[in-house]
Design a protein around this ligand. Structure first.
Ligand SMILES: Cc1cc2nc3c(=O)[nH]c(=O)nc-3n(C[C@H](O)[C@H](O)[C@H](O)COP(=O)(O)O)c2cc1C
Length: 252
């Protein structure tokens, strides 16, 4: 049993910051920020409606209601709802020249996380795979196909995933972070994705939508499905979102 854990323990040990030793993040400059992936070609670019940046319920009431929900109805998501989810999860909220900042924090403002969505049931959007352009608040349409069944398969055969209106897939472009933080970047990419996931979860809760975080997936299969190489860029987290089947509020 001990041996199974050795690599995890080694990683934790070898990436510790220790007083008196130089910190990698301070030694190496991050260079030009390159936090926005754009595809050279795609089926088309869809400009999303303006998100509602000020509305919604109080943060505390949303926190009080947040729950993982896995039962989705067949009611489609609207485009404004999808737009809000995308902006809330890691949209730009300060367009500072040089480093535009987002609703989610990121170690060293390097923003290694890319968002893909597998659309299954959204009004006005064809089913298929899309990539979120953070700067333009737009979607690049990458693949037109009904991927719901395949998505549930790659999510370790979790059947409820096929009923999600949208499956969010977060990848990390690891070198964006590791060129500055070396191996400690492997801590940060997951922390970054966790912030983004919670933003998404709270935004969905605020809009009475259901959301389920998913970390049980077959890595190679999801990377292949969304078309990333699994090395330079790899899927690290997913989220199923949809309208709720049943009561929106679960009380204690
Ligand atoms: C990192 C992470 C991975 C998770 N992966 C899955 C998953 O693959 N499938 C699933 O059904 N739930 C998954 N969950 C949801 C947890 O089961 C859920 O958060 C937990 O039971 C607590 O319930 P609550 O979110 O309603 O408080 C995951 C949660 C986290 C934070």
């Amino acid at each position: 049993m001990k041996e199974d854990n050795v690599r995890g323990e080694d990683f934790q040990e070898s990436t510790k910051y220790i007083r008196g030793k130089p910190l990698p993040g301070r030694m190496i400059q991050s260079g030009e920020p390159d936090a926005f992936k754009i595809y050279k070609s795609c089926i088309g670019v869809i400009k999303l409606p303006e998100p509602d940046r000020e509305g919604g319920n109080s943060l505390r009431s949303v926190l009080n209601r947040r729950r993982t929900r896995r039962k989705f109805s067949s009611m489609p998501l609207t485009l404004p709802e999808l737009s809000n989810l995308l902006w809330c999860h890691q949209g730009l909220n300060l367009n500072r020249v040089g480093i535009p900042l987002r609703t989610a924090p990121s170690a060293g403002a390097l923003f290694p996380t890319e968002t893909y969505i597998i659309v299954n049931n959204v009004e006005g959007l064809q089913r298929g795979l899309y990539h979120y352009l953070v700067r333009e608040h737009s979607l690049e349409f990458l693949k037109e196909e009904n991927l719901a069944e395949e998505a549930a398969g790659v999510a370790a055969d979790q059947k409820f995933v096929r009923n999600a209106a949208v499956l969010f897939v977060f990848t990390s472009v690891i070198t964006r972070c590791s060129r500055k933080y070396l191996d400690r970047a492997y801590r940060f990419i997951y922390l970054d994705a966790g912030h983004i996931g919670e933003n998404l979860h709270l935004a969905a809760t605020d809009m009475n939508l259901g959301a389920c975080p998913i970390a049980a997936f077959y890595d190679e299969e999801i990377d292949k499905l969304i078309g990333v190489d699994g090395k330079e860029e790899t899927a690290i987290y997913m989220y199923a979102v949809g309208n709720l089947q049943g009561t929106p509020f679960l009380k204690l």
